[in-house]
Design a protein around this ligand. Structure first.
Ligand code: ADP
Ligand code: MG
Length: 334
C-alpha cells in the first residue's frame, strides 16, 4: 500500500519539554522505530508537523537584535523541514529501513485572501500561563489562545491548496523512495497576478496538507499519528470515552477544537470521503496497530450504493487515482 503519515510535531517535542536538539532527536529516533515496520511492507510519505519547532525559531528570530525584523514563518517552516527531515532520514535508516529516504523542502500554495489570516488558530511554540501569555502578546503583538489548560501563541493557518513539488514526490515514490515532505504543512506561498509564488507569514496545518497529499498521490491509507491514543468523545470531561471506529457522517456531527484535534478529524474526513479508503488517528508509538485497526480511531466511509462495490477496495489495489476528481475542486486547485 501507499500510506501517507501525518506525524505530530507535539509527538516530537512533548509539551513543557526543553526544545534541546538531543531531546528532539530522541523522539525522532522513537518515531523512526515505530515507523520502520511499516516501511518494510509499504510505500510511505511522511508529513511531519512543526508547531513546537517553528515556535522556537520564531522566538529566537524575534529576540535577535541584529535583525531589523524577524524572519517570516514561511522561511522558518522551510528551516524546520530541513531540521526534522534531516533527523528523520538519519533515524529511519538507523532503524533498519533499507530503502532510500529523502526529505524534500516543499511549498504549499495558499490564498492570501483566506479568512484564516484574520483569525489565527495554529498553535506554535511552548505553552505559558495565562499571565505570561498576555505579557508576551503585548510585548510582541502576538495572538494567544488556550491550548487545553495552558496558553500558546497562535498564527494564521490558511487552507492548503496544491503542493508545488507534487510531481517530484510522485517520481521519488515510483523509485521506491520513502519521502518526507509537506513538513510543517509546507512553506506557505501565494501567487501574485503574474502567477509568481512568494512566501506568506503563516503556518499551514500539516494534517490538511497530508490529506491533500494522500488524495493527490492516490494513497490507500492516511494515518495521523500524534500524542494521544485516538479521538476521544467528551475529551476532558468525566464522560471521556475513546472512539475505536466511526463513519465519516457520524464524525461530522461531533465538534473538535481548531488547531489540534479539529484539523486531524477534518483531514481524515476529507480523505475517507473522497477516496473511500480508511483513515486513522492514533498514538505514534502504536503506528502498526493503528494501521491494522487494533488501536486508535479508524474513520471509514460507508458504502454509497446498495449492492455496489465496497467503500474501499482491497489494500493491494493500485487502480487509477480515485481522487483525481477532487483535484478539480476549487479547495485543492487554487
Ligand atoms: P500534533 O502535534 O500531533 O498535531 P495537536 O496538539 O495538534 O498535536 O493535536 C493533538 C492534541 O489534540 C492532543 O494532545 C489533545 O490534547 C488534543 N485534543 C483535543 N480534543 C481532543 C479529542 N476530542 N480527543 C483527543 N485529543 C484531543
Ligand atoms: Mg497539530
Amino acid at each position: 500500500m501507499l500510506i501517507v503519515i501525518a506525524l505530530g510535531g507535539n509527538a516530537l517535542l512533548e509539551r513543557g519539554q526543553r526544545p534541546d536538539a538531543a531531546i528532539q532527536r530522541r523522539h525522532v529516533r522513537r518515531a523512526a522505530r515505530a515507523l520502520a515496520p511499516l516501511a518494510a511492507e509499504h510505500r510511505l510519505v511522511i508529513c511531519h508537523g512543526n508547531g513546537p519547532q517553528v515556535g522556537v525559531l520564531a522566538l529566537e528570530s524575534q529576540s535577535d537584535a541584529s535583525l531589523s525584523r524577524p524572519y517570516p514563518l514561511d522561511v522558518l517552516t522551510a528551516q524546520t523541514q530541513g531540521m526534522i527531515g534531516y533527523w528523520l532520514v538519519q533515524e529511519l535508516t538507523a532503524a533498519g529501513v533499507d530503502r532510500p529516504v529523502a526529505a524534500l523542502v516543499t511549498q504549499t500554495v495558499v490564498d492570501d485572501r483566506d479568512p484564516a489570516f484574520h483569525t489565527p488558530t495554529k498553535f506554535i511554540g511552548p505553552d505559558y500561563s495565562r499571565e505570561e501569555a498576555a505579557a508576551l502578546a503585548a510585548r510582541y503583538r502576538w495572538s494567544v489562545a488556550a491550548d487545553g489548560p495552558r496558553w500558546r501563541r497562535v498564527v494564521p493557518s490558511p487552507e492548503p491548496g496544491r503542493v508545488v513539488e507534487l510531481d517530484t514526490v510522485r517520481t521519488l515514490i515510483d523509485r521506491d523512495t520513502i519521502v518526507v515532505c509537506g513538513g510543517g504543512g509546507g512553506a506557505p506561498v501565494a501567487a501574485d497576478a503574474s502567477g509568481r509564488l512568494s512566501g506568506v507569514d503563516a503556518v499551514v496545518d500539516k494534517d490538511l496538507t497530508a490529506a491533500y497529499l494522500a488524495l493527490a498521490l492516490g494513497a490507500h491509507r492516511l494515518l495521523v499519528l500524534t500524542d494521544v491514543p485516538g479521538v476521544i468523545r467528551g475529551y476532558g470531561t468525566p464522560q471521556a470515552e475513546p472512539i475505536r471506529a466511526i463513519d465519516v457522517d457520524e464524525l461530522t456531527r461531533l465538534r473538535f477544537p481548531a488547531g489540534s484535534m479539529g484539523p486531524k478529524v477534518e483531514a481524515c474526513q476529507r480523505f475517507a470521503r473522497a477516496s473511500g479508503h480508511p483513515a486513522a488517528i492514533g498514538a505514534l508509538a502504536d503506528a502498526a496497530d493503528v494501521l491494522a485497526g487494533r488501536a486508535g480511531t479508524t474513520i471509514t466511509r460507508a458504502p454509497r450504493r446498495p449492492g455496489g462495490r465496497p467503500a474501499h477496495s482491497s489494500p493491494a489495489s493500485t487502480g487509477p487515482n480515485q481522487a483525481a476528481h477532487l483535484l478539480e475542486d476549487p479547495l485543492w486547485t487554487r
